[in-house]
Design a protein around this ligand. Structure first.
Ligand code: AMP
Ligand code: MG
Length: 493
């Protein structure tokens, strides 16, 4: 292909684009092109996301699409941009960051932004190469679809495409691109950026854009004397609280909860060294680079609240009153525990709240922690017990049998008069059989590195419907092997 041809040819993905975020103007982004990667190949695809985007059924059959999604060919009608943001990393102001390797193609007429993560350097790459390695791209692809399958708000991923182009990390790896999809990729850090630079006009334009597009009810609020920006902060805070409750309930550790990794829509975003807990350890640290445990599993709800304070600080020039800004964060303290308890109740097969639910929940978590009992397996087996009455598979998980029996007694008393079949069904829908454990991802990654991508597809199918039984797939629902605890996942990606 000649240079000229590359300049004029474009892949038609069958999508119609609208300005979206780019309508905010050049203060918010830089227009640029992805940097081509040679000889791209498919690694994984989510047909569910393809349908969501409204792509034609044969979308993946054209070489041009493969090239376009790997950054090697322009996309017809798209005006790619990289956006600027700042943020607090590990509790410290980090200054300007921005999309250092994610390039946004634009927004579809269906209201979804499409990003190519790993598509080359941008003005915000700082020292980085603008690339993403195959390993972390597969993890992000699988986990975003897994979270969606679990019913947890998240950015989505259409596909992973790979190339043999070398990428230098601790060792030489190969490059990949994740095509990510979300209604918006705006982060807390976007607001912090303009606030820190005292650019109030841009700050207001950004807030107005996000409110009008995603939080229109704030315009007609009677909260805070009709202060739309305070109502917006409160709405973000409540969505974040609900998200954190879902993470804690499913045993998901994000690993890098910097304010630039916090979605303004309350989505799970930027999958790095995340982990679904194996044995239940509230103090688990999944990020090998997090030596202080700032983002340990049990710290997450507090860290999110801390991050919301950063957002409140950034929105202060718009809200106009510090007391009002602080008041807008207040409901986090009730929404989080309410959501958490409600979802824990569902895991226990309980539809209505009753006095004594909190000690029942705390009691089981304490037991699980004391025995480092496998979190996902415990809940699924407890669901099985509710269905068939056989308690041994659950009991076998505990060394402290007496402790478990005592808890089970209070659990059974709480369920006196319950329709067991109904409760079992609720539990089955609330306690997944399949989560993306580190070792499962690792196995799929190692096969993919040898050009066998079937493991990615197998995992994807299980994780998209994680509450189903999937007969024959029990090997993916078992205890982690011993080597799983030796997997070290850092920020390097
Ligand atoms: P993260 O903590 O992975 O979300 O990334 C923090 C910041 O570093 C973001 O601004 C990223 O865009 C940027 N970044 C991470 N990896 C790279 C890379 N390989 N090249 C350029 N920028 C990167
Ligand atoms: Mg990030």
């Amino acid at each position: 292909m000649s240079l000229l041809a590359e300049d004029t040819e474009a892949a038609d993905l069958g999508l119609r684009w609208k300005p979206g975020f780019a309508a905010l103007g050049p203060a918010f982004f830089t227009e640029l092109r992805p940097t081509p990667l040679p000889d791209p190949y498919w690694v994984g695809r989510s047909e569910a996301v393809a349908r969501e985007l409204g792509l034609p059924t044969d979308w993946h059959e054209s070489k041009a699409t493969l090239a376009a999604l790997t950054g090697s060919m322009p996309v017809a009608g798209a005006r790619p941009i990289a956006t600027v943001y700042s943020g607090h990393q590990f509790g410290v102001w980090a200054g300007q960051l921005g999309d250092g390797r994610a390039i946004m193609l634009g927004e579809t007429d269906g209201g979804l932004e499409v990003q190519l993560k790993g598509a080359g350097r941008t003005p915000y790459s700082r020292g980085g190469d603008g690339r993403a390695v195959l390993r972390s791209s597969i993890r992000e692809f699988l986990c975003s679809e897994a979270m969606h399958g679990l019913g947890i708000p998240t950015t989505r991923a259409l596909c992973v495409t790979g190339s043999n182009a070398p990428v230098y990390r601790e060792e030489i790896e190969s490059a990949a691109v994740v095509t990510r999809v979300a209604p918006s990729f705006v982060r807390f850090g976007h607001f912090e950026h303009f606030a820190a630079n005292q650019r109030d006009e841009e700050l207001r334009a950004l807030a107005d854009y996000v409110i009008d597009r995603y939080y229109p009810a704030c315009r007609t609020t009677d909260r805070f004397g009709g202060n739309a920006y305070a109502a917006f902060l409160e709405a973000v805070s409540e969505r974040t609280a609900a998200l954190l409750a879902q993470w804690q309930v499913v045993g998901f550790c994000h690993g890098v909860m910097n304010t630039d990794n916090m979605s303004i829509l309350g989505l799970t975003i930027d999958y790095g060294p995340f982990q679904f807990l194996d044995g239940f350890d509230p103090r688990h640290i999944c990020n090998h680079s997090d030596t202080q445990g700032r983002y340990a599993f049990n710290q997450q709800p507090n860290v999110a609240y801390w991050n919301l304070f950063c957002l409140a600080q950034a929105l202060l020039p718009l809200i106009g009153d510090q007391e009002v800004a602080v008041a807008a964060l207040e409901s986090y303290k009730t929404v989080f525990p309410n959501e958490f308890e409600g979802r824990m109740r569902a895991k226990l097969g309980l539809t209505e709240a009753a006095e004594g639910d909190r000690p029942l929940i705390e009691g089981v978590l304490k037991l699980l922690a004391a025995g480092k009992v496998d979190y996902t397996i415990f809940w699924r087996r407890l669901s099985g017990y509710m269905a068939d009455g056989n308690v041994e598979p659950v009991r076998d998980l505990f060394l402290d049998r007496a402790g478990f029996d005592a808890w089970l007694l209070s659990f059974s008393q709480r369920h006196a008069g319950t329709d067991r079949a109904l409760a079992a069904e609720l539990m089955r829908r609330s306690n997944p059989k399949f989560v993306l454990r580190n070792h499962l991802g690792q196995q799929a990654i190692e096969a993919s590195q040898q050009k066998d991508h079937s493991g990615v597809a197998t995992l994807l199918a299980l994780l998209q419907t994680p509450f189903e039984e999937h007969p024959g797939a029990d090997a993916y629902a078992g205890f982690p092997p011993d080597w799983a605890s030796t997997i070290e996942i850092s920020c390097s990606s």
